[in-house]
Ligand binder design. Structure first.
Ligand code: ATP
Length: 289
């Protein structure tokens, strides 16, 4: 571990790079890296989503003949034909809400209702077609595909992941063992992540990203593969983030996790907010509808 830290800090310099999410904030607020919990009181706005529309543009092939391959593309070029028609998928349609410091907001809805798209837009990874997202603080998106490197060991991923979140070498050193213990991967930490089960990978991802205090933590199904014990631990961690006045968004199809973890639930239906409020009330309506 010590040699690894030294090796990596030499490569990256004294103050390693800051997480990419800082670069993609729609409304950035300058903050020192690795800062302590946000000192804003709970109840002040942290994310404002204003009449947000997200539209994906995809090439559509209306017939087999038009389907994209090298030959059809070449024929199109020779015949000087244009590209196949663009199709628009309107994934988020006029969503507005305000989230506050200390909120844990569950986002539920059927497959394709726009949950992941909304999270990615809050993280600044998707540009609004119209409308806007304003964030006070640094949003960090934790998804099932969070960028850990499968061919590297757990140990290396922990160090790189912490650096990517903007921690200093001293902070990484301080947090390292806590992350290993929280993830429960034990001696597997010395093995490449390609040898991990999906649950072990998810636990390590959550342990790394929750080791830092986040202003806005966006979790997309990342808790789904953990076992019951890990779920409990991660719920406890989310509670701590909320108590330190961060804001958590949680997309999950697991209603129990949503009800136990969140103080508010937004129900998305076909890209629009169908209901927004108390978890029990929203989940009861959602289960009926
Ligand atoms: N990269 C993309 N390109 C084109 N369309 C997309 C893309 N990603 C999502 N969509 C479309 O946007 C809509 C919303 O998808 P999204 O993944 O946000 O839904 P979701 O509620 O998270 O679904 P799930 O519960 O299945 O994860 C769907 O119609 C989907 O087909």
């Amino acid at each position: 571990m010590a040699e690894l830290m030294e090796e990596l800090s030499q490569v990256k310099g004294e103050e390693p790079g800051v997480a990419t999410s800082k670069d993609v904030r729609v409304h950035p607020t300058p903050e020192p890296t690795g800062h302590k919990p946000v000192d804003a009181p709970t109840g002040t706005p942290t994310v404002v989503v204003d009449d947000l529309h997200i539209v994906y543009r995809v090439f559509s092939a209306t017939s087999d003949h038009e389907k994209g391959n090298a030959v059809t593309a070449l024929v199109r070029m020779l015949k000087r034909q244009g590209r196949p028609q663009m199709k628009e998928v309107h994934a988020v349609k006029g969503v507005s809400f305000v989230a506050y410091h200390g909120d844990a907001i569950g986002i539920v809805g059927r497959n394709g209702s726009g949950k992941s798209t909304l999270l990615r837009a809050i993280a600044g990874l998707l540009p609004p077609h119209s409308g806007a997202v304003f964030t006070d603080g640094q949003p960090s998106l934790l998804g099932v595909n969070a960028a850990l490197m499968r061919e590297l060991t757990g140990e290396r991923n922990i160090v790189l992941g912490c650096y990517a979140m903007g921690m200093t070498p001293a902070e990484v050193k301080e947090k390292y063992q806590e992350i290993v213990d929280f993830s429960g991967i034990d001696e597997f930490v010395q093995l490449p992540m390609s040898t991990y089960s999906s649950g072990m990978g998810a636990r390590l991802r959550f342990a790394i990203s929750s080791a830092k205090t986040h202003d806005v933590l966006l979790i997309d199904e990342a808790l789904a593969t953990g076992d019951r014990e890990f779920r409990k631990k991660s719920q406890e961690r989310i509670k701590q983030i909320r108590e330190s006045a961060g804001t958590v968004f949680l997309v999950s199809h697991d209603h129990k996790v949503i009800e136990e973890t969140c103080n508010r639930v937004i129900w998305l239906h076909k890209g629009k907010i169908k209901m927004d409020g108390d978890p029990k009330e929203v989940m009861t309506a959602y289960n009926k509808g």
